[in-house]
Structures are given as C-alpha cells and as structure tokens.
Design a protein around this ligand. Structure first.
Ligand code: AMP
Length: 226
C-alpha cells in the first residue's frame, strides 16, 4: 500500500463513533489520529486549565484560541509529518476557516446517526481512563439499527489495549449530552456545507456499528485510489 500523507477530518455529532472509527482507520491507513477532546482531557488540571475543564464538563465548546494553539502544537510534532486523522477539530466555522488557510483537508468523513440513538449510545459509553479507547455497554436493536455492545474481550471493565480501568466520561450524562447535541447542530453541523463547497466529503451512516466499518474503509480507499 502507498504511504498516505493526508489530513482527514472525522465529523459528526458527539457519540456517532468518530473516535472509534478514527482509531480503526488510523491503523489501516497508517495515519496517526489526533483528537482535540482527548488532548484537552489529557491536560493536567491547574490554574490555566481549570476553566477549560469546567467548560468541557458542562458540554460547552472551549475557547477557539486555546484549542487552535493546542492542535497546532501537536501537529508540529514529527508524528504528524505524514498528516493526521482529525477527530473533533475543526468544530466550528472559525476553526475551519483558520485551519483551511494553513493546511487543506484531503477528505471529510461525515458520520450520521439518529439523535435518540446517539443519546443511548453516549449513556452506554465507557472509556479507558488511561488511553481513551472507547467501549459501549448498550445493545441497540431497533428498525434498521443493529448495534451490539462493544465490550472488552480480555478482562471485565479493563481496556484490551492497556489494561486501564473503564469509566464514564463526566460529560456523558443526559443533560450535558443534550446540550452538546444542541451545540453541535448550531456550531458544527454548518461545516458540512462549508466542506461540501470546498471539495470532498463522504457521508457514512453506520447503522450496524462496527460491522459497517468495512464499508467505510472501502469508501476511503476508493477516494484515495489505494
Ligand atoms: P469530544 O471528546 O470530541 O467529545 O470533546 C469533548 C469536549 O472537549 C467538548 O464537549 C468540548 O468541550 C471540548 N472540545 C473538543 N474539541 C473542541 C474544539 N475543536 N473546539 C472547542 N471545544 C472542543
């Protein structure tokens, strides 16, 4: 396979599976992933970050300049010389326009899911407290939706990759989830039009969870002719 030097944005409401699919694509395409939410969660709690952490816990977007500086700092590392699969950044028009002036996105993958399914998925989400890998305890069988739980295969409640404990994210409670979805619809959804006007955007609706991943990787391979 040709080596990829690409910037891919994973876009979609909270809970659609951006992080999970990013990790899978990253392995298959050999392009590292970069999640703004994950980078923000990894920051130590101190006087410079206390407001940021509170905003995150309330489900609000954090300050544009802060996120942009953080992401630019991470992207300047050698790890990302070959590009990145971006999860969660850019997240509003200001960030999208800023990023667009610096580096072009080669592909935007927009993941769509029904809103009530998203709420159930987020309530069932568990994440590794050490490496951030996502799991899910909910089992959704409804109409065309058939999503099995995504549980650790090795030890109950421990991450398969690093043995870390699986926990619920502070912002995965129903009130904050609904607030994040409202904000997503208002601030992030408009990026779909922005990127449509710029070029390549691929729409993906994974009604069968991970079982739909082969469709996604095939679509991406076709896009890049690899
Ligand atoms: P996520 O892990 O993508 O769900 O992000 C968790 C939280 O981090 C969001 O609810 C925001 O508070 C914050 N966040 C992540 N990415 C951004 C961004 N690009 N701009 C502003 N806030 C962000």
């Amino acid at each position: 396979m040709k080596l990829m030097r690409k910037f891919i944005l994973m876009m979609g409401a909270p809970g659609v599976g951006k992080g999970t699919y990013s990790r899978m694509l990253s392995k298959d395409l050999k392009v590292p992933e970069l999640s703004s939410g994950e980078e923000l969660r990894k920051l130590p709690l101190n006087e410079d970050t206390v407001n940021i952490k509170e905003q995150m816990n309330r489900g609000e977007l954090v300050d544009n300049e802060f996120v942009i500086n953080l992401i630019e700092n991470r992207l300047s590392r050698n790890t990302y010389d070959g590009g990145a699969i971006l999860d969660g950044f850019p997240r509003n028009l200001y960030q999208a326009k800023y990023f667009d002036e610096k580096s072009k996105l080669d592909l935007v993958i927009k993941i769509n899911l029904d809103e009530e399914i998203i709420v159930r998925k987020l309530l069932g989400r568990r994440v590794c407290e050490d490496c951030g890998k996502g799991y899910n305890i909910c089992n959704i069988k409804e109409g065309e939706y058939d999503m099995e739980p995504l549980l650790p295969r090795k030890v109950h409640n421990k991450c398969d990759d690093c043995d870390g404990a699986l926990i619920e994210r502070k912002d995965d409670n129903e009130e904050t989830i609904r607030q994040r979805i409202v904000l997503y619809n208002r601030m992030t959804q408009p990026l779909e039009e922005f990127y449509k006007s710029k070029g390549r955007i691929l729409i993906f609706e994974p009604k069968r969870g991970l079982k739909d991943y082969p469709n996604l990787i095939n679509l991406v391979r076709k896009e890049f002719d690899i």
